[in-house]
Write a protein that binds this ligand. Structure first.
Ligand code: NAP
Length: 482
């Protein structure tokens, strides 16, 4: 197999918010794994920046703990030490002038320069403004921004305006880590790298598509944020929307950032407004020792949804008549995320109804394990006539790719794409705005009628109405955690 490591240029990566939760759980461990795989070129550096008074040694200690907790297998001492040597730290307040000259003194002209804004969006304007004021930006400089990208269309537009005042769109990398998942990219490889699927990839052959992102955890320590956001803003507008786009888009002329993003944008713009009766919102209730959503967010009157299921349509030539069912929620039976493309039944069964067998399904699983399975119908082995059974053609990466299945975490891959200057897996300004333009009226719809979310038991399949949404159409969800 060809080496999977595609070298990148030497870089300086500055992590604003270098002491935060995201840096600790994802960014630093991810960078370490790239370093350990030999992908970080000699001389590259990672500089943490935040208000906390820390020196280089303290930041190295912070990173060491982060790596031992979140980087997977125990690191080799020499590799770990070499990685820690690439780290530095500057005390900076995004809202003040202290620290910027020190950061400026550490920068080099001969490396790719990337600034990761791993801080709340309210700091973006100040950070961008001060980066320019202190001459830290050149035309090749990249910035990485995190979700949430806006709370609605208006705030997303305002954020885009702030960023575009300081940077060209080609320098802005809006992360949606779902796009960094191996399987999500494999969805494109399966669709556009094979002759087998694309001729069937339309409403003539596909009955419906289900996209589920189920989490077992509740809102945890993010209650305050989540109560103002809810599942629609936190998950559907970004992650599920991106999965839908990659499933539904037309083949781009080439695998190039704007060609891919143009096609995704067309899908979002073709989405029909969703009928209120095609939406089910839910809230997990107190179950056993576990407190319910309202206690978790410390708001006894909260009407925010921790679960949403909806049916939508992409109104274009390819998809007219094929519904897309989206579902996401917290405190569900299992952590289980997948896209299932359910094909139509054969027009006529030559074996008779009693022979059994179902329909073809292409299942693209993202969590907990990544893999792709195609369900096909075959003859049940043995004598006893022609009885049919469904078997999975399993393309799960662990088996197919053997040792090479230790795929990078989404963050690692995306950060390396930033350094490479490849924006294909990052959201463009118009894409984000189009997604909000579709989402906003849906939210306003339920707000205008004071829709109360339906309660559901923790660790269940969600509210029973979500099952009815499918059953009314003669379909059913794949069981979460099955
Ligand atoms: P966090 O744990 O609250 O960390 C915030 C970081 O920003 C800290 O390093 C903090 O350090 C720094 N900071 C705060 N005010 C600052 C200022 N005025 N100047 C300079 N640095 C400042 O937040 P997080 O969870 O890491 O999240 C960071 C961003 O990523 C947020 O936008 C969040 O929505 C997004 N995100 C996070 C996750 C996740 O899993 N954590 C997932 C997706 C998206 P000091 O207090 O030392 O300044």
């Amino acid at each position: 197999m060809v080496s999977r490591i595609i070298p990148v240029e030497r870089f300086d990566l500055i992590i604003f918010g270098g002491t935060g939760d995201l840096a600790r759980r994802k960014i630093l461990p991810g960078l370490f794994r790239r370093f350990a795989d030999g992908q970080m070129p000699e001389g590259s550096r990672i500089i943490g920046a935040a208000r906390s008074e820390m020196d280089q040694a303290a930041f190295q200690e912070f990173a060491e703990e982060a790596i031992s907790s979140f980087a997977g297998s125990a690191p080799e001492d020499t590799v770990l030490k070499a990685f820690l040597d690439t780290l530095d730290y500057v005390t900076i307040d995004a809202l003040g002038e202290d620290g910027w000259a020190e950061l400026s003194a550490k920068m080099r002209d001969t490396a790719v320069r990337a600034f990761y804004f791993s801080v709340g969006p309210s700091l973006f304007d100040d950070l961008a403004m001060r980066l320019h004021k202190h001459n830290l930006v050149d035309p090749e400089t990249r910035i990485v921004v995190e979700k949430p990208f806006g709370h609605d269309l208006e705030t997303a537009r305002a954020l885009n305006k702030v960023l575009s005042a300081h940077f060209d769109e080609s320098q802005i990398y809006r992360i949606d880590h779902y796009l960094g998942k191996e399987t999500v990219q494999n969805l494109m490889a399966v669709r556009f790298g094979n002759m087998l699927f694309e001729p069937l990839w339309n409403s003539q052959y596909i009955d419906h598509v289900q996209i589920t992102v189920a989490e077992e955890v509740g809102v945890g320590g993010r209650g305050g944020y989540y109560d103002k956001s809810g599942a629609m803003r936190d998950m559907v507008q970004n992650h599920l929307m991106q999965l839908l786009c990659l499933t539904a888009m037309e083949p781009p002329a080439k695998f190039d950032p704007d060609a891919v993003r143009d096609e995704k944008l067309k899908v979002i713009r073709a989405l029909e407004p969703v009928e209120p009766h095609h939406i089910v919102r839910g809230q997990y209730s107190e179950t056993g020792d576990e407190q319910g959503f309202r206690d978790d967010v410390e708001n006894p009157k909260s009407w925010t949804e921790s679960f949403i299921a909806l049916k939508c349509h992409v109104q274009n030539w390819r998809w007219a008549g094929t519904p897309f069912y989206l579902r996401t929620g917290k405190r569900l039976q299992a952590r289980d995320s997948e896209i299932i493309v359910v094909f139509k039944e054969t027009p006529h069964s030559i074996f008779g109804m009693e022979a059994g067998g179902g329909r073809n399904e292409l299942r693209i699983q993202l969590q907990p394990d990544e893999g792709i399975t195609l369900k096909v119908t075959i003859k049940e082995p043995g004598p006893g006539g022609m009885r049919l059974m469904d078997v999975p053609l399993d393309m799960s990466f662990a088996e197919t790719l053997g040792d090479h299945a230790d795929t990078p975490d989404a963050y690692e891959r995306l950060i390396m794409d930033v350094i490479r200057g490849n924006q294909t897996l990052f959201m463009r300004d118009d894409e984000v705005e189009a997604a909000w333009a579709w989402t906003d009226p849906i939210i306003q719809g339920w707000e205008s009628v004071n829709d109360v979310p339906k309660p559901y038991d923790s660790y269940s399949q969600g509210p029973t109405d979500a099952a009815l949404l499918m059953q009314r159409d003669g379909r059913e969800w794949r069981e979460i955690g099955a």
